[in-house]
Design a binder for this molecule. Structure first.
Ligand code: CMX
Length: 133
């Protein structure tokens, strides 16, 4: 892994969290979209060398809804920017990492994404994010 693309932050309501990030912290919102495959509404913020992704659950089936219920709002995942995601997944699986899916899913901004289980990553949910760049 060579670079972190973004940090995912679980929030109950994007609209109220956005005013904190934009007006109080001075970050710029660079896009809002719904990611159906993950049941989340997301807002990306430009934080200079990295992006923040605010994640609001679209309904109670969203993994983010369960996260907020159990652990409250806060840092949800760290996403590595990768190329050739299928090869990266195969390499990690060979090294004994538990992946949460066999095939990449559609993520925000047309990226292909896959997640590593926090149980095999010392308590951190990592995402692989391939934007085809
Ligand atoms: N970071 C760290 N640990 C986490 C976690 C997270 N984000 N989410 C859950 N866990 C921990 C829980 O605390 C729990 O630990 P304990 O057993 O010690 O209590 C354990 O993982 C199991 O958690 P759970 O609440 O029982 O939840 P599930 O096992 O049902 O689901 C997970 C957990 C990670 C498998 C699920 O959230 C998942 O599949 N995540 C990947 C997809 C995702 O998060 N999508 C949303 C964002 C998408 C986007 O960025 O677009």
């Amino acid at each position: 892994m060579k670079k972190v693309d973004h940090i995912g932050i679980a929030v109950k309501k994007i609209e109220s969290a956005l005013s904190y990030y934009i007006e109080t912290l001075g970050l710029t919102c660079i896009g809002i979209e719904e990611v159906e495959s993950q049941k989340v509404k997301v807002a990306f913020l430009d934080a200079g060398n990295i992006k923040f992704e605010l994640l609001e659950p679209m309904d109670e089936t969203s993994p983010v809804a369960k996260f907020i219920e159990k652990r409250g709002e806060g840092i949800h995942h760290i996403a590595f920017g990768v190329t050739d995601i299928r090869s990266r997944m195969a390499e990690l699986e060979e090294k004994g990492v538990l992946l949460l899916q066999d095939e990449p899913k559609n993520g925000a901004g047309g990226a292909e994404v896959a997640f590593l289980h926090p149980k095999s990553s010392y308590g951190v949910l990592y995402e692989l994010c391939d934007k085809g760049e």
